[in-house]
Design a protein around this ligand. Sequence first.
Ligand code: HEC
Length: 163
Amino acid sequence: MPKLTLSARLVAIGLLLGARLASANEVADTRIVVDTSTLPAITGAAGDANPYRGNSRAADIGRQAFNQACARCHGPDGDNKGQVGPDLLKLDRGCSRIADPAIREMCIVDNDQYFLKSVQDGKTRVGVVHMPAWKDVLPPAAIWTIRSFLESRARPATPVQSR
Ligand code: HEC
C-alpha cells in the first residue's frame, strides 16, 4: 500500500528530525570577547579580502578565539578529529590548485567572503541549527583573526601570503 509506505516514511523522517533537534539546536557562547585593539582598524568595505592575511599577531589572537568559540565543533586548533563540523583547514584546498596567481587570489577572496558569511549567519538546515550565528558575538575583525589563524595552519599552506 503506497499510502502506508509514505506515512511510515514520514514517521521515520519525523523521528530523525526530532532526534537531531534534541542534540543540534546550538547557540553561540555570548561570553566570548576577542580583543583586536592591537591590530590595525579595518578600513575596507564589506566584500574585501581578509585584511589580516599573513598577520601573525592576528593569527595568534584568532587561535585563542577559535579555541574558545569553534574548537568544540571543528576540533582544537582546527584539527578535526571526528567533531561534528567540517575540517576548516581544507577550505582553501581547491584554490591552492589554481596555477594562475590572479585567479587563485580571486578564489581565496571568494572563500574569505564565504567564511565571513558562514560565521556571521551560522548554518541552519530545515530549521535545525547546525552552527549558531556569531554576528552578535564576534565583530568582523574577530572573525578575520580566526580566518588568519586557520590560514596559517592550512595544509598545504595555501594562501600566497604577503608578510
Ligand atoms: C555547535 C557546533 C559549531 C560551532 C560552535 C561552530 N561551528 Fe562552524 N560549522 C558547524 C557545522 C555542523 C557546519 C556544517 C554545517 C552545514 O554545512 O550545514 C559548520 C560549518 C562552518 C563553516 C563552513 C565550512 C564549509 O566547508 O562549508 C565555516 C567557515 C565555519 N563553520 C566556521 C566556524 C567558526 C569560525 C566557528 C567559531 C566562531 C564555528 N564555525 C563554530 C558547527 C559548528
